[in-house]
Write a protein that binds this ligand. Structure first.
Ligand code: GAL
Length: 427
């Protein structure tokens, strides 16, 4: 039924709107629908600290496009673990939303390789956007000189969140500078009856793992983990993974929270001292929990990663066969605009992907994030857990291997599985 209606719409649109750009796809697919009547936008921003930013962008869209019906197709669950499964099913059955969220980098590259998203170069040229976005980021959304998505933000993954009051109670003056110091602090915290570290579900544990690897291995070797030039079975990686294992041993993994917000709640209520999470945590702590930055809560780079920005970026795409392509373009215009980025990011806990934004809107933690992101001496690396450095197939294999690791903590076995899966699907 859906295809029939879409087919009719496509025919009408093709007749009425001869200016609709022709796109890729096979002959039997509708790639010409310029339908402007409605738009369905797919993301995983539903919970507190996530949905406020999306809602602000939706409000702006509605104001600028009063005649377009907006469907928010967000699927709950941090890091998009559930959403991406739903999305993959929809894409496989040729039932795409009009625009979906994808991480810049290797995750987007997987969608491009699978022929699921359209080339958006025409939009960048038409809007004069080519020099408006961060240059390194542009490279991560460009394949064969074609630009495939509209990035809305830059998030930082390597952050350690805490309450100064909880540290004081255990006699700790400052957050740890390296993971060895963290393990020393962990003993003091346990003596004070405080869980040293709260963790969330598997994706959040993998997020923690990448940052322990970053801190222990350093930038050069961290980067080599993702391009095959450092074997996961090598002694350095095994040693770093064993530090991760010790870190997990002093966490609350046995009663891990179901998502990132309840993991942070344990820090907020003082039962846990630290949580490693991206800076969407700032949105939650400052807005949802109404805590004062640097007074009630504070943040530092994860141990051993000072001066490094472990980045990820959310971007929106135009799927091949988007049923309401005309309205999808309008959504992308809002997402890529200064107004859209300045409405979204201050509420999302991220800094904008565009360069020409209004800096005064970024205060508190976000002012320091913006300064760090723009500081030429900051080293930028990409997040594994959030799609920057590994394709979807390899990431999924690592997640499966991690599920087993979290049961037996056999580091050599886990490293061997990750290494083998890189050889089969990671390249
Ligand atoms: C990331 C996403 C962020 C944030 C986070 C937690 O993958 O890029 O914007 O939503 O997950 O859900």
């Amino acid at each position: 039924m859906r295809r029939t209606i879409r087919g009719l719409l496509a025919t009408a649109a093709a007749v009425l709107l001869v200016t609709a750009p022709a796109c890729g796809g096979d002959g039997d697919k509708d790639t010409t629908s310029a339908d402007n009547s409605q738009v369905e936008v797919f993301s995983w921003w539903t919970g507190p600290g996530e949905e406020e930013g999306l809602n602000a962008m939706i409000e702006l869209f509605k104001k600028e496009n009063p005649g377009v019906e907006f469907t928010n197709a967000a699927v709950a669950g941090g890091a998009g673990t559930q959403a991406q499964q739903v999305l993959d099913t929809r894409l496989q059955s040729n039932n795409p939303p009009d625009s979906f969220q994808a991480h810049a980098g290797q995750e987007l590259a997987s969608y491009i390789r699978d022929g699921k998203v359209e080339d958006l170069t025409f939009l960048y040229d038409r809007e004069g956007w080519r020099d408006k976005f961060n240059k390194g980021l542009m490279e991560r959304i460009t394949v064969d000189n074609k630009i495939y998505s509209v990035p809305v933000n830059i998030h930082r993954s390597n952050l350690l969140w805490y309450l100064p009051a909880t540290l004081s109670k255990a006699g700790i003056a400052a957050p740890p500078k390296n993971w060895t110091e963290f393990l020393t602090q962990a003993r003091a915290l346990q003596n004070a009856n405080v869980t040293p570290l709260s963790v969330g579900p598997a994706w959040a544990q993998i997020h923690l793992m990448e940052n322990v690897l970053l801190g222990e291995l350093g930038v050069a070797k961290y980067n080599q983990l993702w391009d095959g030039s450092l074997d996961w079975k090598s002694p350095d990686v095994i040693a770093a993974l064993n530090v991760f294992k010790q870190v997990m041993a002093v966490s609350d993994v046995k009663s891990a929270a179901a998502d990132w917000q309840p993991a942070l709640d344990k820090v907020v209520d003082g039962t846990a001292a630290y949580n490693v999470m991206g800076d969407w945590a700032n949105a939650y702590l400052s807005q949802t929990k109404e805590l004062a930055y640097q007074e009630a809560y504070n943040v530092s780079p994860t141990p051993g990663s000072d001066g490094v920005y472990n980045f990820l970026s959310d971007s929106f795409t135009l799927p091949v066969d988007a049923p309401h392509r005309g309205a999808a373009e309008k959504w992308l215009l809002v997402a890529g605009s200064v107004a859209g980025q300045d409405a979204f990011n201050p509420l999302k806990g991220s800094v904008p992907a565009r360069l020409d934004i209004d800096k005064s809107k970024y205060t508190g933690y976000l002012a320091t994030a913006l300064a760090d992101w723009q500081n030429p001496s900051t080293t930028v690396v990409g997040s594994f857990a959030h799609g920057a450095v590994a394709n979807k197939a390899w990431k999924s294999e690592v997640e499966t291997a991690y599920g087993l690791y979290a049961q037996d903590w056999n580091t050599e076995k886990f490293a061997a599985a990750v290494s083998a899966s890189y050889q089969s699907v990671g390249k």
